[in-house]
Design a protein around this ligand. Structure first.
Ligand SMILES: *Cc1c(COP(=O)(O)O)cnc(C)c1O
Length: 495
């Protein structure tokens, strides 16, 4: 199977090449040229398997240039080895009213681990397969979660180095400790004086700096990024939709062929897009419900066909969904319209005017699969309280947005299909907001007191990765000015 750009052009790459390259030459995203289809027997065959074996079967469909042994090696290193705190890796919890697909049992307690554990393995295997001898330096600007997940994924992966920039004083105490205590021989974490935009702009400038690229090339180093437009971050996410279906089959909640819905808390549209791939491959999915917070640009798009980022930006208790440009939507537009010219045109309009409108017929086609809704802060908190009261389950804030939107969707449409709420973070990661939603006093408590307070209400214990922060040594104390980021990156590359 070959990969092409959503904006056209002659590129025609293997998956290993697409993963190494990240973004296409014309700025488009890599997509598979054809969609693999699977049979009912394929889906039923997943039921008795462990998560890793389910992953091998699904990934094989897309990574046709990797051998099965290579894929199995990548998957084992990503998900095995005690990195996840449950044997099932991504368990589907069966509650009375819904099912909850928990994607946060990895080392950093958020769903980014599902992809960022596997991407480094796929990338380092791709280096070997393509005969690339240079090292790869991954640069990441983070507002918190992605940086830590990328550090954990890339730590000690051969032929790679990773450097993460975060805004000094701009991340939560837990997030700061998670990054500052990072272990591994190939990692660097540096605070930047400024906000997240400063850090991100600095990283983008380094990527665009031709002279810098040439200096690195001389030193045998290539720059790359770990952000969510890389195909190697999307493809791991396809696995858990299949896995959830297999879990429901195993539990006899559904029978083979029954259609189910997923409701997905959405930011960059990566997670829910993986669900769309799964549906195209033949998994019986009724609707994919796109759940947004107050930054509801996607709700508007999926309702009206106009994408308009010219609007106020809100900081919410669901920071991982505080996004106005959902990059992966470009892939959906390509698959739904089949036209690289149309996609290139809409993306140009987005760049130049901040908005674009798709034809009504295309919108209607998208709406056959996608529904959308959003929840404000009060509704999000109320969903946490209600989940606790009715199901004795404590969702994190992001999951609570999906919870609320799923229930509204079912009420509004009368859709009776089984619903899977995709749960993207452990409640412990957003302990302050979660405790406040449950009516608990949080004032004056430090992060570790908050973890203990939540643990006293929750049947799941504090994830080991978060509990261990209390005693870990701070290893990274560098702080730089925005103008110094390039020099810091250069010094790290030479180390
Ligand atoms: C990244 C993230 C999301 C959004 O996922 P996208 O793939 O960007 O749509 C939702 N919840 C949490 C906790 C996240 O970290």
């Amino acid at each position: 199977m070959k990969y092409i750009s959503t904006r056209g052009g002659a590129e025609h790459l293997t998956s290993a090449e697409a993963i190494l390259k990240g973004l296409s030459e014309n700025g488009g995203l890599f997509v598979p040229e054809t969609m693999p289809e699977v049979s009912q027997a394929f889906i039923e065959g997943l039921v008795p398997l462990a998560y890793e074996e389910r992953a091998v079967r699904v990934l094989k469909e897309f990574l046709t240039d990797y051998t099965e042994d290579e894929i199995r090696g990548c998957v084992t290193r990503a998900y095995g080895d005690g990195k996840f705190d449950t044997e099932r890796r991504a368990p589907t919890k069966l509650l009375k009213s819904h099912n909850v697909l928990e994607l946060w049992h990895g080392p950093t307690s958020a769903f980014k681990d599902m992809a960022l554990q596997l991407l480094p393995q796929l990338l380092s295997t791709a280096l070997k397969k393509t005969g690339e001898t240079d090292d790869v330096l991954i640069l990441v600007a983070t507002s918190g979660d992605t940086g830590k997940a990328a550090l954990e994924g890339f730590r000690d992966v051969p032929q790679t180095k990773i450097m993460v920039f975060y805004p000094d004083g701009g991340v939560s105490r837990i997030q700061h400790l998670q990054m500052a205590t990072q272990e591994g021989g190939n990692v660097n974490v540096t605070a930047v004086r400024g906000n997240f935009d400063d850090a991100q702009t600095g990283v983008k400038e380094i990527f665009g700096d031709k002279a810098f690229g040439a200096e690195l090339a001389q030193a045998g180093v290539k720059l790359s990024s770990a952000n969510s437009i890389n195909w190697g971050r999307l493809v791991p996410q396809i696995v858990y939709y299949f896995s959830a279906y297999a879990d429901l089959l195993a539990a006899k909640r559904i029978q083979m062929g029954d259609a189910i819905d997923f409701c997905v808390p959405t930011g960059n549209f990566g997670d829910i897009l993986a669900g769309y791939y799964t549906k195209c491959m033949g998994l019986p999915i009724g609707r994919l419900v796109c759940a947004s917070n107050k930054n509801n640009v996607l709700t508007d798009f999926l309702t009206t066909g106009t994408y308009d980022r010219n609007r106020a930006f809100f900081q919410t208790i669901t920071p991982s969904m505080d996004i106005l440009i959902s990059s992966n939507l470009e892939r959906l537009l390509y698959h739904m319209s089949g036209s690289t010219d149309a996609v290139a045109g809409w993306m140009k309009e987005l760049r130049e005017t901040g908005k674009y409108t798709i034809p009504q017929a295309l919108l209607a086609k998208i709406q056959e699969t996608f529904a959308a809704g959003w929840a404000d802060e009060d509704a999000t908190k109320a969903a946490i309280k209600s989940a606790y009261d009715t199901e004795s389950y404590i969702p994190d804030t992001h999951t609570a947005v999906a919870w609320r939107v799923a229930e509204e969707y079912q009420k509004k449409t009368g859709d009776q299909r089984p619903m899977v709420i995709v749960s993207t973070a452990s409640p412990y990661k957003f302990n302050g907001s979660v405790l406040a939603a449950l009516g608990q006093e949080t004032a004056g408590k430090d992060e570790f007191a908050l973890l203990d307070a939540l643990e006293s209400l929750n049947s799941d214990p504090t994830p080991v990765g978060l509990a261990a922060l209390k005693t870990k040594t701070v290893r990274h104390k560098d702080v730089c000015e925005r103008e110094e980021m390039r020099a810091f990156a250069r010094a790290f590359a030479d180390k």
